[in-house]
Design a protein around this ligand. Structure first.
Ligand code: B12
Ligand code: SF4
Length: 442
């Protein structure tokens, strides 16, 4: 039996100019994990992998009995196009991923079967049922699913697809997050917050050749005791690492010291807004705007760089907010900055709330890529918000602002290295990654 697993790209987002080499760098663990799940359960099955985010996929050449498609919300329409194509060829199609988890009933209309939540246990069940002619409409992640002894992702699947033959260097120790921030899907994607045993994570990391790893956890600091245990175990491995976590870590200097010792070089923090009213509107209780600058300073003191993430267009923001944010990120000396437009994802209470109050102005999921305004902002127009988003991405990464922002007393060598790194990051993002377009591609 042959199974094809396809990761689809989104329509109005990036991955259009495939010739540019940045487009051939894999940045997702999903196919590696799905490949490993199938391979472990059914070593005899032939698995074909296609990732539209790094390669041109010729669907006419795909010949498999079972077709599985992975998509997040902004990619889901593309997944439906693929599903229609393969169903017309009498193939059996199933779809999984975040959108399928949030809106399984919608997704079912486009395929034979839907996988809801993590696929570790359900994908083998689906394949077994298919071979027995007993495929079900839905496969739901068991709420008591075990996170012990999870299979390790297949790390070399991009050897031929990517530009540099990269091995995947990402790892996930914890899943989900129950902090319930309004705009976030994490409370709903895998039915709670789950932790793998530290020993399992360490065993997996030992097998990663790269000396730098990225944690793909939504919030690695959700459980501080767990993070401490993980850090202790990471020390002998001498890896450098990056992870997303909340600002709460900045209030525990002992933990920061341990993180640094364990190889942490940068963390991503969701500051979200510099307006306390906006922060409150999304229920991000632990973010105190007045303390942001001090928190960044503390991280720098411990040798940890900060990638600051901001959500634009929250209910306390108006068209004057963008200039203030630019000044703030410079004054606070945030090392890297990311901006997204506030996007309520379908299938969450936040989306329902926006729908009820008549604020949804775009219902095509293609535009739910955090680069387009899909809801009526409270204190400005859609145009003002999108222009403010463009303004911030461009201004934040202009050479002048990069120099201002990174001038916080680090050594000359570190400063120059950071300026170059930031400048390149800015060029990449501004020219292709965050760019908005109407996306006509085949
Ligand atoms: C890496 C990553 C990216 C990468 C690439 C993602 C991609 N597919 O295009 C980059 C950096 C490009 C990116 C960009 C964006 N991302 Co992103 N990203 C992630 C991240 C951090 C990790 C994904 C990952 O590799 N997980 C590890 C794998 C193993 O888990 P998984 O993908 O969930 O897969 C499991 C299940 O979902 C399921 N499954 C998934 N697919 C399939 C398919 C089949 C057939 C089956 C059976 C099962 C199945 O089984 C898998 C194993 O259990 C997640 C957060 C997270 N921790 O999950 C966000 C996340 C997926 N991103 C998200 C968002 C919003 C975006 C952006 C829109 C905005 C932004 N942040 O800039 C853009 C848009 C991208 C686009 N293509 O248009 C949201 C998705 C929300 C949604 N409703 O879909 C997430 C969940 C983050 C969040 N907000 O919580 N992202
Ligand atoms: S802390 Fe981060 S991951 Fe957790 S719910 Fe809030 S935004 Fe989502």
């Amino acid at each position: 039996m042959k199974i094809a697993l396809i990761m689809v790209k989104s329509k109005v987002y990036r991955f259009k100019n495939r010739s540019i080499f940045f487009n051939r760098m894999p940045d997702c663990l999903t196919l590696g994990m799905l490949h490993s799940i199938v391979k472990n359960a059914f070593p005899e099955i032939e698995i074909q992998l296609y990732d539209e985010t790094v390669e041109v996929v010729k669907k006419e050449e795909i010949d498999a009995d079972l077709i599985g498609i992975s998509a997040i919300t902004p990619c889901i329409n593309r997944a439906y196009e693929y599903a229609r194509y393969f169903k017309n060829k009498d193939k059996t199609v199933f779809i999984g991923g975040v959108h399928a988890t949030l809106l399984p009933q919608e997704v079912k209309k486009h395929c034979d079967s839907v996988v809801v939540g993590l696929a570790n246990e359900t994908l083998p069940a689906l394949i077994r049922d298919f071979t027995e002619g007993n495929l079900k409409d839905f496969y739901f992640q068991d709420q008591n699913m075990s996170f012990e002894n999870m299979v390790f992702p297949s790390r070399s699947i991009y050897e031929e697809k990517s530009l540099f033959g990269d091995e995947l260097n990402m790892v996930q120790a914890t899943f989900g997050c129950m902090n319930m921030c309004g705009f976030c899907v994490q409370p709903y994607v895998c039915f709670g917050h789950h932790k793998r045993p530290v020993a399992d994570v360490i065993e997996e990391i030992k097998q990663i050749k790269d000396s730098y790893i990225e944690f793909y956890d939504p919030n690695l600091a959700k459980d501080k005791e767990y993070l401490k245990e993980l850090c202790e175990a990471l020390i002998p491995l001498k890896k450098q690492w990056f992870a997303p976590m909340t600002i709460s870590v900045c209030y525990d200097e002992e933990l920061l010291e341990l993180m640094k010792k364990a190889g942490c070089c940068q963390i991503l923090i969701g500051f979200e807004s510099i307006s306390q009213a906006s922060v409150k509107s999304i229920n991000k209780k632990f973010n105190t705007v007045d303390e942001y600058k001090g928190c960044v300073k503390t991280l720098h003191k411990h040798g940890i760089k900060v990638m600051g993430s901001f959500v634009l267009g929250l209910d306390g923001d108006d068209k004057n907010s963008f200039g203030k944010i630019l000044k703030f990120v410079n004054d606070a000396h945030i090392d890297f900055v990311r901006y997204t437009i506030n996007t309520p994802y379908p299938g969450t209470p936040y989306y329902e709330e926006m729908k009820k109050s008549g604020r949804i102005i775009q219902s095509n999921w293609d535009y739910y890529d955090c680069r387009h305004c899909v809801i009526q902002p409270a204190l400005m127009t859609k145009d003002e918000l999108e222009k403010g988003y463009d303004f911030l991405w461009h201004k934040t990464y202009s050479l002048l602002n990069v120099i201002k922002r990174l001038n916080y007393g680090q050594s000359k060598v570190k400063f120059l290295k950071q300026v170059v790194h930031n400048f390149v990051f800015g060029i990449v993002y501004n020219s292709m990654v965050h760019k908005r377009s109407e996306g006509n591609f085949t």
